[in-house]
Design a protein around this ligand. Structure first.
Ligand SMILES: *Cc1c(COP(=O)(O)O)cnc(C)c1O
Length: 228
């Protein structure tokens, strides 16, 4: 069985190879380790192998791990769907939120971000697969949402996040990620982040400009069914 450290080395090699193929600078793509459903010990192993950024989808689970791992200087990213009653804890306990898809949530995060912390880094999740996905704002709603969020005082809008429908067809996968990149470019805002690409499609995402790839399975192994 491969260890988490082995898996990290393999994923790092995939990222580097994809950067080279796309003629992108080394380390222009960063690894976000998605530790949802995995125990704190797995996060410790990844930390020991050099990973600092961790993504979680479920608030209660994340808060528990943050307590258990408080001795480590980890950077926490919230990447799951957000209900209004969860915004305060997210604003207080994360450095990044990748899954903002409506203004009301962004306004609450801005109001609730503690004054002593730096602005909360935000990606807007955009739905480029139509009805195949329920999360994410529509491309049509994106410009107004991005302008409104960029004006909120305690948030720093960094870019877009997307989870295109998976496909075995590389050209179709590339086209979906390219759509996200074009949407980002069409916003007249100083954005530096594209959060896209997971275990099965990171090469395509990197070819189309990803700056964060969010990797779970390829680092930590398969998740138990029912906890996707
Ligand atoms: C679970 C999850 C990932 C990681 O997916 P893998 O296929 O396991 O790499 C990435 N992003 C989000 C938003 C997720 O929910």
């Amino acid at each position: 069985m491969s260890t988490i450290a082995d898996n990290i080395a393999q994923v790092a090699a995939r990222i580097r190879a994809a950067e080279q193929t796309a003629q992108r600078a080394e380390h222009s793509v960063r690894l976000l380790a998605v530790s949802k459903t995995k125990p704190s010990d797995a996060v410790r192993e990844a930390y020991a192998a050099g990973v600092r950024d961790f993504g979680e989808n479920y608030l209660q689970e994340a808060l528990g791990k943050q307590l258990e791992l408080a001795d480590l200087p980890l950077i926490w990213h919230f990447i799951g769907p957000i209900q209004s009653n969860k915004t305060r804890a997210i604003a207080e306990n994360f450095a990044w939120v990748h899954s903002v898809d409506r203004l009301k949530i962004a306004q609450r995060l801005s109001e609730q971000r503690p004054a002593e912390l730096p602005p909360l880094n935000i990606c807007i999740q955009v739905n480029v697969s139509g009805e195949a996905s329920k999360s994410g704002c529509t491309p049509a709603d994106l410009p107004a949402l991005a302008n409104a969020i960029s004006a909120l005082p305690r948030l720093k809008l960094r870019g877009l996040m997307a989870i295109p429908e998976p496909t075995e067809d590389r050209a179709a996968q590339d086209a979906a990620f390219a759509t996200v990149q074009k949407l980002q470019a069409s916003l007249n805002l100083p954005l530096d982040t594209l959060s896209m690409g997971m275990s099965h499609d990171l090469e395509s995402a990197i070819a189309m400009g990803a700056t964060w790839v969010r990797i779970g399975t390829a680092l930590f192994g398969a998740r138990t069914p029912g906890h996707q």
